[in-house]
Design a protein. Structure first.
Length: 153
């Protein structure tokens, strides 16, 4: 007889699902969940028909801001976000990168003006053949999606 452990349903909050397994703890860091004082469930290497293996994060009593959502999209653009109220999904968000990313990551060029002046960063998203690069609008330095350095606020 096979047994399966079930995680308690979330009454109110956010569920981030379909996270690549290697990105789960990066998202935990981005959202500063190590110090989150509410109920938190983190699952990794879970079976997934769509991905083979996946991660999931359930955050009780917290709805993600647009800034947090943008940061997750940079790290795990194919993850999904479900907003839960009274145990029901009231909103589903797909995380797809837009054409530009504003003020969520640092420029990799140490000489870029954004690293020396209080100027919000702006990056153009370039997606060619499934490879995502981000190009700084100020200095034109390009970085691959896996090389980004997110801002900490």
């Amino acid at each position: 007889m096979e047994k399966e452990l079930k995680v308690a349903a979330l009454k109110n909050g956010t569920v981030i699902d379909h996270i690549p397994t290697e990105k789960v703890f990066k998202i935990v860091s981005i959202l500063r969940l190590k110090v989150y004082g509410q109920l938190l469930t983190i699952g990794n290497n879970l079976d997934s028909k769509r991905m083979g293996r996946k991660g999931i994060i359930k955050i009780s009593n917290r709805i993600l801001s647009d800034e947090e959502t943008s940061k997750i999209a940079l790290v795990a653009p194919n993850a999904s976000i479900n907003i839960i109220r009274d145990y029901k999904v009231v909103e589903k968000r797909a995380l797809l990168l837009g054409d530009e990313i504003h003020d969520v990551m640092h420029c990799a060029n140490p000489m870029c003006i954004t690293n020396h002046q209080p100027i919000p960063t702006k990056f153009v998203v370039i997606n060619e053949d499934g490879i995502v690069r981000l190009k700084c609008k100020y200095c034109t330095k390009e970085v691959l999606q896996d090389e980004i350095n997110l801002k900490k606020k």
